[in-house]
Write a protein that binds this ligand. Structure first.
Ligand SMILES: [Mn+2]
Length: 321
């Protein structure tokens, strides 16, 4: 089942009382897409909110646009719960009850995942969209709502962050077409938004990045580079994990690196992000450890220590070369 943007727009026009759910560890696409569609629905006179239960990352604070709330009683009646940039209950941990209040359930996403533990009344999954923000852009157009400056800023953020600032292989002609349209919105300035997203790092985050890059472990003649972020390191530099956002692309920019790995130790487990520069299949490696993702970018979770995780991963990464 994959509904058309047009049919979803028709359905949305008849609904009121809409809760929108970005995934946990929200990123620019999840929050930007959620806020953009929230603003468009409000423009149509509807009551809509973006439901979150964690702090908005500092560099994304301009995306809130008075849409976010952590009050699951904010609406008396919820006609629709809309999941954005993900498709399973495990991506909205702590907000399950709020989500289940929706009489209808919908999903708009661009991740490759065949199965979901949610029965959606409608769903739009576009694996070829660089960002969920691309789908949301088309949905707002289909709703007939003129794009406001806030909506344009949200969609630009969704797209620039999910494409690695237009450097990832998911970037298409459509991606640039949409951004071209954003530039025509009165007051829109991509430089201003880029500076808000990318140029507000704390000094601690800069020191964290420097130390992770300084201590990269190289394997296979430098084709594999592994970075590690431990709780101790975060504490020492006074950082939170979401401040490590820019480190993975830095690892990939080392000459000769085909596979870049970032091992992140949280309080509960160890999360690994895997990236390939041109040919290695990261989706296959991640799935061997129960994870998933795309060919060029994938992830998996371990319950072992950072050292043990690296030790288990490296042979599989060498095989993938
Ligand atoms: Mn996304």
């Amino acid at each position: 089942m994959n509904d058309t943007v047009k049919s979803i727009a028709t359905l949305l026009k008849d609904l009121d009382g809409i809760l929108i759910f970005p995934h946990i560890n929200m990123d620019g696409d999840a929050l930007g897409s959620s806020t953009a569609i929230c603003l468009a629905l409000r423009e149509l006179g509807k009551k809509a909110y973006v439901m979150i239960n964690e702090p908005v990352p500092k560099n994304l604070d301009f995306l809130e646009c008075s849409c976010t709330t952590d009050d699951d009683k904010v609406l008396d009646e919820v006609q629709l719960s809309l999941l954005i940039d993900c498709n399973g209950m495990n991506r909205i941990t702590g907000r399950e009850d709020a989500f289940n209040r929706g009489k209808l359930k919908g999903c708009i996403d661009h991740h490759m995942s065949k199965h979901s533990d949610i029965r959606f009344d409608f769903k739009r999954m576009e694996a070829k969209s660089a960002a969920t923000g691309e789908i949301i852009y088309n949905l707002i157009k289909a709703l007939g709502v003129p794009l406001s400056l806030d909506m344009a800023n949200c969609i630009f953020t969704a797209i620039t962050t999910d494409t690695g600032n237009f450097q990832h292989s998911n970037t298409t002609a459509r991606t640039h077409d949409i951004v071209g349209h954003l530039h025509k919105i009165e007051g829109f300035n991509s430089k201003t938004i880029s500076a808000l997203i990318y140029d507000r790092k704390s000094k601690g985050a800069m020191h964290l990045e420097a130390e992770v890059l300084d201590k990269l472990n190289y394997y296979a003649d430098g084709k594999i580079a592994v970075g590690r972020i431990t709780q101790e390191l975060l504490k020492r530099h006074g950082c939170t994990m979401d401040e490590s956002e820019g480190i993975a692309p830095r690892i990939m920019s080392v000459d000769g690196v085909e596979i870049g790995v970032l091992i992140k130790e949280s309080e509960m487990n160890v999360r690994v992000s895997l990236r390939a520069k041109s040919y290695a299949n990261m989706e296959r490696v991640a799935s061997e450890f129960g994870g998933g993702g795309h060919i060029m970018a994938a992830g998996c979770t371990f319950t072992t220590s950072v050292d043990e995780t690296e030790k288990a991963l490296v042979p599989k990464l060498i095989e993938a070369l």
